[in-house]
Design a protein around this ligand. Structure first.
Ligand code: FDA
Length: 396
């Protein structure tokens, strides 16, 4: 069996792995990146609707979930969104801010992949695609030994950049968690995040006719709230605001949806009643909501043919709450099939925040999504991949 030696082996040619490889290569390390996929950066390719929301101008530690919220501070402050923007500019990639500090390529996510593969090539990094890793073991004389289909690879530093469990169809696996456990490192509970929420049969029967309707909303769960677009679907709710709150939602909890943020709907209805009691409630609600949604709410409350003058304050209050404080308990999520990320992962207490190296096992690093650091929607997850990849790239 063929044997080769490299200073650094990185498992996973995704966002974090390629950034780490480019940095280690630039420092003169002999780097091999191994990935079982046929092409590098598949998630980058499909990200941001094909335009890759590659970072966020407002990146700060508060945009990340982790059992240790302070863990991400070091890497994020040493390799910032401005550092990544400078790299993107050096490669002549045009970009724009969409909303809320979210930066997207003007043309295609493929430009980010090409930028990273060019950076790797400049550092002499080798890329072994369509290559699975069968075994990993710590070598008695230090370093690591990996067996792939047809060769043994020895390395001094091993970086696990194999991502999370979301979208198994394009190659996501639990490989990184298995390696962590193999070496006695704790892994926190993992679950799908940035994912649409689904309803049980009763709630679904009510919202299904609204599939396709979108509205700007504030959605909260257990004291955390987001303001963005909400979309009714055939299975429940989606849209950016739902993806955001899904990271905070747990089985058995309610979410509260305000479909007219900043508006006192009760006062609006009362005012409308005193201005012209002959109006139908749906006419007033349609000023705030898409008509289909306004009609549905009026029907749900048996006031589709009523006049405002027929309704007392209590019924107006109930109607207002259906718009401004709709409390609903999702039955579940769409799961890893569509989740953008995996929440949880390699326990950050096992890792050094500066180098991403396992405290128990010098030479073994974990970067990117496999670590228990999960960003909000909006380019934060890529920024974590760049920052953690860069940090490990300085240390391997
Ligand atoms: P990533 O998943 O990118 O890479 C892991 C690599 O490891 C893959 O190439 C995989 O093939 C390889 N691998 C896995 N198991 C292996 C094994 N056993 N052996 C060998 N190789 C293995 N984020 C953001 O900030 N902005 C955005 O616009 C989006 N958009 C978006 C859209 C969609 C549809 C999804 C699913 C996700 C996003 N994200 C996002 C999230 C973002 O894609 C994600 O957080 C990063 O890709 C994580 O980077 P990593 O390098 O950690 O993993």
């Amino acid at each position: 069996m063929k044997t080769r030696y490299r200073d650094v082996v990185i498992i996973g040619a995704g966002a974090a792995g390629m950034m780490c490889a480019a940095e280690a290569g630039r420092r003169g390390r002999r780097v091999l990146v191994v990935d079982h996929a046929q092409t590098p950066g598949e998630k980058i390719r499909i990200s941001g609707g094909g335009r890759c929301n590659f970072t966020n101008l407002n990146t700060a530690p508060r945009n990340f979930l982790s059992q240790n919220p302070r863990f991400c501070i070091s890497a994020l402050s040493r390799y910032t969104s401005q550092d990544f923007i400078a790299l993107v500019r050096r490669h002549g990639i045009a970009f724009h801010e969409k909303i809320l500090g979210q930066l997207f390529c003007d043309q295609s996510a493929q430009q980010i992949i090409t930028m990273l593969t060019d950076e790797m090539a400049a550092g002499g990094v080798e890329l072994a695609l369509s290559t699975g890793v069968e075994t990993v073991e710590a070598a008695a004389d230090g370093g690591f030994r990996l067996r792939t289909g047809n060769e043994m690879i020895h390395c001094a530093s091993l970086v696990i950049a194999s991502g999370g469990l979301s979208i198994p169809k394009i190659g996501a696996t639990g490989f990184g968690y298995d390696i962590a456990r193999q070496f006695g490192l704790k892994v926190t509970e993992t679950r799908p995040a940035l994912v649409p929420l689904t309803f049980g049969p009763e709630d679904l029967a009510r919202v299904k006719p609204l599939a396709g309707v979108a509205v700007d909303a504030r959605v909260s769960c257990d004291g955390t709230g987001f303001d963005e677009a909400l979309l009714f679907t055939h299975r429940g709710l989606s849209g950016p605001v739902i993806l955001q709150i899904s990271s905070f939602w747990r089985d058995g909890r309610d979410i509260v949806v305000d479909m007219a943020p900043g508006v006192d709907v009760f006062e609006l209805l009362r005012q409308a009643r005193s201005d012209s009691g002959r109006q139908a409630p749906v006419t007033v609600l349609s000023r705030l909501l898409p008509r289909r949604l306004a009609q549905r709410i009026a029907e749900d409350h048996g006031v589709e043919t009523a006049r405002l003058a027929d309704l007392g304050d209590r019924r107006l209050r109930t109607l207002a709450d259906a718009v401004g404080a709709w409390r609903i308990r999702p039955a579940g999520t769409e799961g890893y099939r569509t989740a953008e990320v995996t929440l949880g992962g390699v326990d950050t207490r096992e890792l050094d925040q500066k180098t991403m190296m396992a405290r128990k096992l010098p030479g073994l690093h974990f970067i990117g999504e496999v670590v228990d650091v999960t960003g909000w929607l909006g380019g934060y997850n890529f920024q974590w991949a760049w920052s953690s990849g860069w940090a490990a790239g300085q240390a391997v």
